[in-house]
Design a protein around this ligand. Structure first.
Ligand SMILES: Cc1cc2nc3c(=O)[nH]c(=O)nc-3n(C[C@H](O)[C@H](O)[C@H](O)COP(=O)(O)O)c2cc1C
Length: 305
């Protein structure tokens, strides 16, 4: 990596050696990709969403390709936070990259317990997935209601010293209200976007293409939507933003950074080319060199209107 170029970015209490991470649910627990990708080069690895107890996923089929992306209905299958710390984290810790743990629960109390448990683990930050229904109280998604988003973020922040990033769903009418609420609750920043609800049908069997009937859309079709939501936030406030959605190459990543994201996550593209994130880091460096710039921070939030 060229020493003359600074790629370090700061997001609240978290510093990354470069702004490129791999997104939750698309990179397993890191180990699965480690023979294909040099994890030492990544800004961070965000691991598959973890719950208090291990969770089985949905019935297959769980993935459908569309012309512009992927619909998944994995169902948040995971080994549970305890097994992650015992069996997966020691492997990840061998690498010179930050480890961000994505968590989800079905009540405020579950999120708090997850935060507390992970605070004694050797990890670098929490990413809280609030695209889950609050089964205990309302069944509504935590992420679509500013009050609930605030409550869950506050509970997590009160139970951890780790930097906290709140992962947002795009399924809201006003993203800035949610961002304000979670930042007020103590979050270090926000990551967006998560998938968009979607479905597909087999016309010959007249059956849904997913075992779960519906799933979450990811991939290139998300990019313009994610960029616009980030732009909505940037115009209103200054907060650390991690941009996610359909990034497949360094140009895509730079669009997010120019609009105002301080870092990016690569998701579905890992399934097409596992080395995408490494190529993006190299591409960003080349771009900076060609532009005569020495620091990625000279690009972040520089959209000319
Ligand atoms: C197969 C799959 C599994 C995912 N699992 C999770 C998860 O466990 N937790 C989470 O917060 N996001 C999860 N996501 C969402 C991604 O992290 C990301 O927000 C989304 O896919 C958009 O980025 P992309 O277009 O680059 O894939 C998953 C996405 C896919 C495709």
């Amino acid at each position: 990596m060229g020493r003359d170029i600074n790629l370090t970015v700061k997001l609240g209490g978290l510093e990354l050696k470069n702004p490129v991470m791999v997104a939750s649910g698309t990179f397993g627990y890191g180990e699965e990709y480690s023979w294909l990708v040099d994890l030492n080069q990544l800004g961070a690895v965000v691991v598959k969403g973890l719950s208090l107890k291990p969770k089985l996923g949905n019935l297959p089929p769980r993935l459908v390709e569309t012309p512009c992306g992927l619909i998944n209905a994995i169902g948040l299958e995971n080994i549970g936070v305890k097994r992650f710390v015992e069996e997966k984290l020691p492997f990840l810790k061998q690498f010179d990259t930050k480890v961000i743990v994505n968590i989800f629960g079905y009540s405020v109390g579950e999120y708090a317990q997850l935060a507390e448990f992970l605070s004694s683990a050797s990890i670098d930050a929490l990413e809280i997935n609030i695209s889950c229904p609050n089964i205990k109280e309302s069944g509504r998604l935590f992420g679509t209601d500013p009050k609930m988003a605030q409550e869950v973020t506050k509970a997590v922040c009160q139970h951890t010293h780790l930097p906290v990033f709140v992962k947002l769903t795009p399924m809201v009418t006003d993203i800035t209200g949610i961002v304000e609420a979670v930042m007020e609750a103590g979050a270090d920043g926000v990551s967006l976007i998560n998938t968009i609800p979607a479905m597909a049908v087999n016309i010959y069997t007249r059956r849904p293409r997913l075992g779960n009937v519906t799933g979450g859309m990811s991939g290139p079709c998300l990019k313009p939507i994610a960029l616009k939501l980030i732009w909505d936030i940037v115009q209103k406030m200054r907060v650390p933003i991690i941009g996610i959605g359909g990034i497949t190459n360094y140009e895509d990543a730079l669009e997010f950074l120019i609009v105002g994201a301080r870092a990016v996550q690569i998701g579905t593209a890992n399934f097409v080319n596992p080395k995408t994130s490494i190529e993006i880091i190299e591409g960003i460096q080349q771009y900076l060199k060609k532009q005569g710039l020495k620091d990625i921070n000279e690009v972040i939030g520089t959209l000319r209107i």
